[in-house]
Design a protein around this ligand. Structure first.
Ligand SMILES: [Zn+2]
Length: 440
């Protein structure tokens, strides 16, 4: 895929080199800095187009063949990269990894004397899939230490873990994206699930027998990884003993653009921690609850009309005044004039509506299970705290309030306080109460 060159007035943009980025620390604080600074600095200038991660979310009516054609790859390569056995069976919302020149698939290292047949044995992937994926013939001799790409989403082997009878989770999640976890159990259990130490808010779906089904979101911070991070699943067995197992989920590079920003001294002063810390407490309180039941079961609607383009995408990395690339844009900016209507993207309950110093007139909506959306710099707000809102309701008007010098909507989505890519929610119904679980 070609990457359109991004041009900016304030900064230069270059491709992100993940190796130079440190692991995430202090996500919430970084998120605050990211959003404040970006709203100040990214104005309604030329649109910036992010290099999107090499994934594609299956849409209604898609076939694997069409998707392969769109990306200029063979349907076999696409199927192999995603461990799809039946090319006629893909489902809407399924995230496919697009194999290409950009080597994004996990690799395993061949041992002395091993053939593709041995690797197929070792990985549970068919020899044909491995051959297609690596551009090899099944009879090709491998050299010891040769890296061999394997599918991103390998099929789960037969699963049985005490009372837990099925688990569906992504083998990998792109930085800044949200994965979905599904667990079934043969009887109701009190599950405790964390990912990378973060407790997940589980929804329990009713079933028509003794079994139970649990779902949760796994938000990946934009600056986390790459690398494997543990999903820790535990419950208390009938004899009182805690049963626990770890499952690694690999975080892969999101390919976000980077930019250098030189802050004028007066602007930098406005963003001093003593000015922003009070506001941080306010918004953190507004987006911290996890006990509201899930309020939405369909893809989100765009909060402003599609005629208003993205002026700054989620996730773009930034360095200030030559410092390290340890900040990122916590939301998606849409350039739109003052007065353009902003609508509610999904059902929820307003958890904050009021003026803030940095974010201007701000609205935060609780969509349940620790999932919140925020709308900054509004010129007017038509909702109030505690109000129930439905998808499509009028929420406010685009403005230029707070630390912003150009009209735009900054839209952000937080799960457990972690800012993730809100655009993913326009495509994927991340909560589906009646979806069928693959017990794989
Ligand atoms: Zn922004």
């Amino acid at each position: 895929m070609s990457i359109p060159a991004a041009v900016m007035n304030l900064s230069k943009v270059h491709k992100n080199s993940s190796a130079s980025h440190k692991r995430m620390r202090g996500v919430t604080l970084l998120g605050l800095w990211a959003c404040c600074l970006i709203c100040l600095l990214f104005l309604s200038g030329q649109p910036v187009i992010a290099q999107s991660a090499p994934t594609y979310t299956v849409q209604t009516g898609d076939t694997l063949g069409q998707i392969a054609t769109r990306f200029g790859i063979s349907v076999e390569a696409l199927a192999a990269a995603n461990a799809i056995d039946d090319i006629n069976r893909i489902s809407v919302g399924q995230v496919l990894l697009i194999p290409g020149a950009d080597q994004t698939l996990p690799t395993i290292i061949s041992r002395p004397g091993e053939t593709l047949f041995d690797l197929a044995d070792r990985t549970g992937i068919t020899t044909d899939q491995l051959a297609v994926l690596n551009g090899l013939d099944t009879s090709t001799r491998l050299f010891p230490g040769q890296p061999i790409a394997v599918p991103a989403n390998r099929p789960n082997p037969a699963f049985r873990f005490g009372a837990l009878t099925g688990m569906g989770y992504p083998a990998q999640i792109v930085q800044g994206k949200t994965g979905r976890l599904q667990i079934t159990s043969s009887r109701p259990v009190s599950l405790n699930v964390t990912w990378n130490g973060l407790p997940l808010a589980l929804s329990v779906a009713p079933t028509n027998d003794e079994s139970s089904r649990y779902t949760a979101h796994i938000p990946v911070p934009a600056l986390l990884g790459p690398g494997p991070f543990p999903l820790d699943v535990a419950y208390t067995a009938r004899n009182g003993v805690t049963v626990r197992r770890m499952f690694p989920i690999n975080v892969v590079n999101g390919g976000y653009l980077s930019q250098e920003i030189n802050l004028p001294p007066d602007r930098g002063a406005l963003l001093a921690p003593e000015i922003t810390s009070v506001e941080l407490i306010t918004v953190t309180q507004a987006w911290s609850a996890t006990d509201t039941p899930a309020q939405w079961f369909a893809p989100f609607l765009r909060p402003v009309s599609a005629e208003y383009p993205t002026t700054s995408p989620y996730g773009i990395r930034r360095s200030y005044n030559g410092g390290p690339y340890d900040n990122y844009h916590a939301g998606q900016d849409f350039g739109a004039p003052v007065g353009v209507t902003v609508t509610v993207p999904a059902d929820g309950i307003v958890s904050w509506a009021g003026p803030l110093v940095v974010r201007g007139n701000a609205v935060i909506i609780d969509h349940g299970k620790g999932t919140f959306t925020g709308y900054w710099h509004l010129s007017d707000m038509f909702v109030e705290e505690g109000q129930r809102v439905a998808a499509g309701d009028l929420l406010g008007l685009v403005g230029n309030t707070g630390l912003s010098t150009g009209a735009h909507l900054h839209w952000e989505l937080r799960i457990y306080g972690i800012a993730v890519d809100p655009m993913q929610f326009l495509e994927e119904p991340l909560f589906q109460p009646d979806e069928t679980l693959s017990d794989g």
